[in-house]
Design a protein around this ligand. Sequence first.
Ligand SMILES: [Zn+2]
Length: 159
Amino acid sequence: MSNRIGFGIDFHQLTEARELWIGGVKIPHHKGAIGHSDADVLLHAICDAMLGAACLGDIGLHFPNTSKEFENIDSKILLKKTFELVKKENYKIINIDSTICVEEPKIRPHVAKMQKAIAGILEVSLNDISIKATTTERMGFIGRGEGIAAYATVLLERI
Ligand SMILES: [Zn+2]
């Protein structure tokens, strides 16, 4: 049995007049994340962690932000494509642990929907997808509501 661990991190700027997508779910908020795709910070961190575990490079290598193909794309599609890459290397996902770091809005009420969206794509159970949330206690760019960050760790098993 061969297990592999991977780590991913992502940041996005927050601004008025953008939708806020986190973990594949649209969150009602007066600000949203800026990005080439739908700027889903959690899904991007998870993609990077999966690619890292399989030693397949990073999200920018596979889905360049200069490509028209990925402009405004739903990041659930990127997650699915990443899963296909990992599956091609004969890996399955054991579990994911993640943390979203944002001052507001509150993340907790949306976690169950995020878990469902991610688990459905990655063919795992809800309790294989851990999603936590924290703030920076009003310090720094996240504390000022200028940005959002997500961190993810994934464990893969070679099948
Ligand atoms: Zn991103």
